[in-house]
Write a protein that binds this ligand. Structure first.
Ligand code: FAD
Length: 369
């Protein structure tokens, strides 16, 4: 049994595996423990934005084309309107089953010689060690990647966070030939449906709403166009639920402990950014560990979160105000360049200065709509 390692990662979800890979690429010995075993599934919209794919490439992770489906942009549908924009610079996003992503990350981690301890729950941490029941493994650095309800966060005294906008999500897969090369977000007065093709013959549909009793089947009645498309499609997975929140931590590291992924704060699922954010955090964290400077991770983590948080704020404002949602869609429909620039901002291709200009145009459009 392993007695010591340079870096111990608690949680082998996407964030934990990405962190382990990034840190290993910097030459550290790494171990990962997770209470579950691969492939770990989770309710998710299963869309990777172009910046997330770029981060995966830097981690040496290649998703097999036959198990993924590219998408070229985003479409919003609501109130009988449809607005659409491609990603800037002809970039693509990727739809990928969560289990496929997990398998691929696991294979990459194993190929780098990372110690993978599955079905192994971490029960405590101390100054220089991680405890697995009675077994103690010494570690110079500890990374908490144990998800939104992180215990590492509490153990390390990093627990004070603001939890906002708790929403409920359910996802299911349908066997149907993709009818679009866009990722679609269907907006209803009190819920959204997030639709992405994950292979050439499967679509993932995720419902996000404030109503914890609402399930996909019932919610689809409020989205007749989508319902018609899925009417004869066999359902190929069990409905899986999750809670999605937007929450920020005051601190994401203390002493030799750093948090990553949902353990270090969350953005609402509607942004489709959680995975991408954790891959970018992994690369930055590994670099900070190499230079032995975790305080830089704190700053960089905050910087990385700003854009997704801004997008989450915009989307949640539309979610809460159906009339504003309708007017905004009308403005996007009349001025598609505003939607295009918002998408470019979302994926980090334009500066917030552009957004300020578009914000004025959008504001004027809303006043005059
Ligand atoms: C409905 C929904 C849709 C989403 N859609 C998208 C999307 O389309 N695109 C996108 O980029 N993001 C999306 N997200 C966000 C994304 O799913 C999360 O950001 C991502 O799962 C975070 O990964 P993680 O590794 O931090 O956490 P998790 O995936 O929660 O992994 C945490 C792991 O830690 C393990 N663990 C916990 N405690 C312990 C312990 N004590 N010992 C050992 N192991 C432990 C767990 O078993 C688990 O495997 C969505 C989220 C939701 C809810």
């Amino acid at each position: 049994m392993l007695e010591s390692t340079d870096v111990f990662v608690i949680g082998g979800g996407p964030a934990g595996l990405a962190a382990a890979i990034a840190v290993r690429q910097q030459g550290f010995e790494v171990a990962v423990a997770d209470g579950a075993e691969p492939p770990i599934d989770k309710a998710c919209g299963e869309g990777l934005m172009p910046d997330g794919i770029a981060a995966l490439q830097r981690l040496g992770v290649t998703l097999a084309p036959q198990h993924t489906q590219p998408f070229s942009g985003i479409r919003f549908l609501a109130w009988g309107l449809s607005v659409d924009a491609p990603f800037p610079n002809s970039a693509s996003g990727l739809g990928v089953r969560r289990t496929t992503l997990h398998d691929t990350l696991t294979e990459r981690a194993a190929s780098l010689g990372i110690d993978l301890l599955w079905r192994t729950a971490v029960t405590a941490i101390s100054n220089d060690a991680v405890h697995l029941g009675r077994t103690k493994i010494r570690a110079r650095w500890i990374i908490g990647a144990d998800g939104g309800n992180s215990r590492v966060r509490r153990w390390a005294g990093l627990g004070s966070h603001r939890r906002r906008n708790c929403r409920y999500a359910f996802r299911q897969h349908y066997r149907v030939t993709p009818w679009t090369d866009r990722m679609e977000i269907h907006w209803g007065p009190s819920a959204q449906m997030y639709v992405a093709a994950v292979t050439g013959e499967d679509m993932c549909v995720a419902l996000v709403s404030h109503d914890q009793r609402l399930r996909l089947d019932e919610a689809l009645r409020g989205f007749p166009e989508l319902r018609a498309r899925l009417a004869d499609a066999p359902i190929t997975s069990a409905e899986k639920g999750a809670i999605t929140t937007t929450c920020t931590l005051k601190r994401v590291c203390r002493g030799n402990v750093a948090l990553i992924g949902d353990a270090s704060g969350t953005v609402d699922a509607i942004t489709g950014e959680g995975l991408c954010l954790s891959f970018s955090q992994a690369l930055v964290l590994a670099d900070c560990l190499r230079s032995g400077n975790l305080s830089r991770y704190q700053q960089e983590h905050r910087r990385l979160a700003l854009r997704p948080q801004l997008m989450a704020h915009l989307m949640l404002t539309l979610d809460r105000r159906p009339r504003l949602q309708r007017r905004t869609l009308q403005v996007f429909h009349r001025r598609p360049e505003i939607f295009r620039r918002l998408l470019a901002l979302h994926v980090g291709a334009v500066s917030p200065m552009h957004l300020a200009l578009d914000g004025l145009t959008l504001g004027w459009g809303l006043l005059t709509a």
